[in-house]
Design a protein around this ligand. Structure first.
Ligand code: GLV
Ligand code: MG
Length: 345
């Protein structure tokens, strides 16, 4: 049992106060880089202004004997680069790995004031978030970090999906959740081998006409991630935090990547990971609100007069609920516009 009054108290004496509200920021693309690779690191100062979030990856995709180099590389990078309006995040190794304790300890102790969000992989339940929450609070207190470092969970185990609601409300430090389709597919024993995306075998087929079972019939591939993304979006919105699509591994298939990102966007996600510069533009295109939709939303909002129940715009019935959708779209568009202006100035 825990008193609701304690929820927003720091978990260590001297740690910064937790935030009541996680103010949404434009985070259309979370661009991954390998901090153990000096050539890649050297490119990041010029990539940074083109992305909303830059993330140093310490977990999967970093070779075991480069784990320490990656951690130290990230710390050096954070110390020596001011990214301006671009957020700096880090993906640490999982809590059950041999590297997590040193990842959290060294990063929070040495560059805690420069890291906005720590992405925690393979989160299984609220207990993982509560453990990381307390440890980070202790480290923040010792390092005199001034503002709370936020946490972001990757949804990539069957247990994590079963517990997604409790994960999202486990701590005021939680900023958002990303779908981790590759690990999730492995954990669920799905019969796929990709990082994100679909499978041609997962389809629906039109019913036969006149029992002509062998005749050609239309099929349409279905989205493997629909259920998980929907649950993740609901859990995140319940908790007042942000949902994201994760990685799409087939770098050359920008068309399918765009479709996956767009499905997630329409369902409520605010961004996705980019694993390659090509995907930065895909994410920008998808997660930047469409000008025609924004103009429509503006018309609906401007047409409403006080106390109107139902009203018509271009023959389409509008009411309180469609008005609210339009307001949300306008608010999101402002957020993105503010971010783009900040970068351009
Ligand atoms: C991301 O980490 C994934 O497993 O998809
Ligand atoms: Mg993973």
């Amino acid at each position: 049992m825990r008193s609701p009054r304690d929820f927003f108290r720091p978990l260590a004496i001297g740690a910064p106060d937790p935030l009541y509200v996680i103010e949404p920021i434009a985070s259309r693309m979370i661009h991954f880089f390998d901090p153990s690779n000096p050539r890649m690191v050297a490119k990041m100062p010029s990539i940074a202004p083109t992305v909303d979030v830059l993330l140093g990856n310490l977990e999967d995709a970093i070779e075991i004997d480069r784990k320490v180099d990656a951690r130290r590389g990230l710390i050096d990078f954070a110390r020596s680069n001011d990214l301006g309006a671009t957020s700096l995040w880090v993906r640490v190794n999982a809590l059950d790995s041999p590297w997590n304790l040193d990842d959290l300890t060294e990063i929070v102790s040495e560059v805690g004031d420069r890291i906005d969000v720590i992405m925690l992989p393979k989160v299984q339940g609220a207990e993982d978030i509560q453990y990381a929450d307390r440890l980070i609070a202790q480290l923040e207190a010792r390092a005199r970090v001034q503002r709370p470092i936020l946490l972001h969970a990757i949804l990539e185990t069957a247990r994590g999906v079963a517990n997604v609601e409790e994960i999202c409300i486990a701590s005021p430090r939680l900023q958002g959740v990303s779908l981790g389709p590759a690990d999730l597919a492995a954990d669920r024993e799905m019969k796929t081998t990709n990082v994100g995306g679909g499978h041609p075998g997962y389809l629906v087929r039109a019913d036969p006409e006149n029992r002509a079972y062998a005749a050609p019939r239309q099929t349409a591939q279905q989205d493997l991630w629909h259920y998980t993304v929907a649950r993740m979006v609901d859990a995140c919105r319940l908790a007042g935090i942000q949902p994201y699509y994760g990685p799409f591994g087939d770098i050359d298939d920008v068309v399918a990547c765009e479709d996956q990102f767009r499905n997630a966007y329409i369902m409520g996600c605010v961004g996705a990971w980019s694993l390659h510069p090509k995907q930065i533009e895909v994410a920008r295109k998808v997660f930047t609100p469409d000008a025609a939709q924004v103009a429509w939303a503006r018309r609906v909002v401007d047409t409403l007069t006080d106390g109107a129940g139902a009203f018509m715009v271009d023959g389409k019935m509008q009411d309180d609920a469609s008005y609210k959708q339009c307001q949300k779209i306008l608010r999101y568009a402002e957020l993105v516009e503010e971010r783009d202006k900040l970068v351009a100035s």
